[in-house]
Design a binder for this molecule. Sequence first.
Ligand code: GLN
Length: 602
Amino acid sequence: MTADKTLTSLTYATDETEFFIPMPTGYQPGQTKYVAVFGTVMSGLGKGIFSSSLAKILQDKGLTVAPIKLEGYLNRDSGTLNPYRHGEVFVLNDGMECDMDLGTYERMLNQDLSHLNFTTSGQIFSSVLDKERRGQYLGRDVQMIPHVTGEVKLRLRELAVSTRADVVFVEIGGTVGDVENAYYIEALREMSYEEGPGNFCFVTLTYIVEPRILGEQKSKPAQLNLKLLNAAGIHPHIIACRASAPVTKKVREKIAMFANVPMQRVFSMHDCDSVYVIPEMLRGAGIDAAVIDLLDIAGSVNEKTEEEARRVWADYIARFREAKHPVTIGIIGKYTTVRDSYASIIQSIEHAAAAVGAKVRLEWIDSTDLTKESVADALSKMDGVIVPGGFGIRGVEGKIACIRHARETHIPYLGLCYGMQLAVIEYARHVAGLPHASSTEIEPDCPQPVIDLLPEQKKLEGLGGNMRLGAYDINLTAGSLIAGLYGGRECIRLRFRHRYEVNPDYIEQLEENGLSFSGRSPELPIMHALELSTDTHPFFVATQAHPELTGRPLRPEPMFVGLVIAALRRSGVEPDRKTIERLTAGDPNHPQTSAAADAGTT
Ligand code: GLN
């Protein structure tokens, strides 16, 4: 069914009408369907994982999907958020700094996203205030309803037009009942009315508690919180019950009865060993059929496409489950207490490990307390070491001590962003004859600043959205270890987020002493990746980029694959030759270079 005809034109709230339905050019109501996902009871239920899994099972059926995350906070983006509180900052190709859930969507859907897939209250309000200054509200007092909610609806419709998606997946950050996301929920209620029946599917996640003293699942907190959603004018079509163990029939019956949702649309979404098994879990529970039915899109389903997509995915899950060779990889950081701050790194290791047949155990090493003396002990069981991205001086000397130990004792090393800058400092100090080498981020008046601010950063003031952000090309040196990992490609494209770089004044001296900058920016003197010759070290690779942001289950990131292969060898296992050949043959799906992207080729 399409929407009420009186509502389908661009209508502004004026003296004549109360409707305010901003629509972008080319928008056809009814053409795009929407699935909105809410969370009740508490945050941290894995709405992003659920929503991306649901989007994936529809994508598998041949439908085009576009996710969007609506964040309640007033920051314009996630760039200024502390990863210790909010999880990692995920960066998209266009440089948008966003919530880590966007990473989950990209990995699950194997699809690149952009700023259109992410919005915050800060973006919504600043856009409304700009429009008010431009007189676009025709003399009306600008109100939360209809103008702010109208802005939200406009964003969703713009996404629909620009992606031509069959289904837009809207994930509302936070929990139902929060003040800051209430207007998003209201906007969705209005929009489902405007789009008409059959065009919106409301899904809510809820949480089933299981207090240890009772030893059984209880549904009351879920029941009460579902009523909050009803009070906001939304009656969910589907309820997914989060719990550690499968949710019992009895509990699901209670939820179904109190929430007026048919039993076959109340599902258990319990904990499992990998997020990538959730799509199949949802399919098994029949959620895909429920959504197809509610949105009346059975005609767009392609069963052949689905069969093939399921086969490819099942292959990944099988590799993940069958991987058996144990290796230990140490992650050296300062936020080691919160795993979310390294979510993409954990995922990229999982993808690489599954591809290679390794079962990786991660060891979290807090560098704050590490010294030259304690480092050998801390790294004694490591088959590989990663120093991830970071900022500021805390724990830096401990990280440098780790890198030195890894280099000198031939532990495979992968440095990511800060991990590359610190590797340069370590090499400069202990090999290249620059004993006072440091970064001006750590020591502003350092006498040998081998790492210094990027020239354009010297002019900037303030924080927020002004680092060197987004995807850039990296020219690789022919015959280098890194080029080999990427199948001999001359140019790759990875994502960046940094203010500092290798100081061009020291490149010659570092290279003369054996550090090879095998990845460079095509047009600027910016060093994008480095390595040591395999004659001197089995695997010593670092990059100014964040390859963890582009690792996907169906496209493991070569630098992580290289690390895991080297770690496996250190543990005494020689990976299967065919596997290595396949993995280093060059993946045509690897991120395109800008030139290839502009030409529309792979
Ligand atoms: N602090 C370093 C810089 O700004 C590294 C940043 C990072 O690791 N993301 O360049």
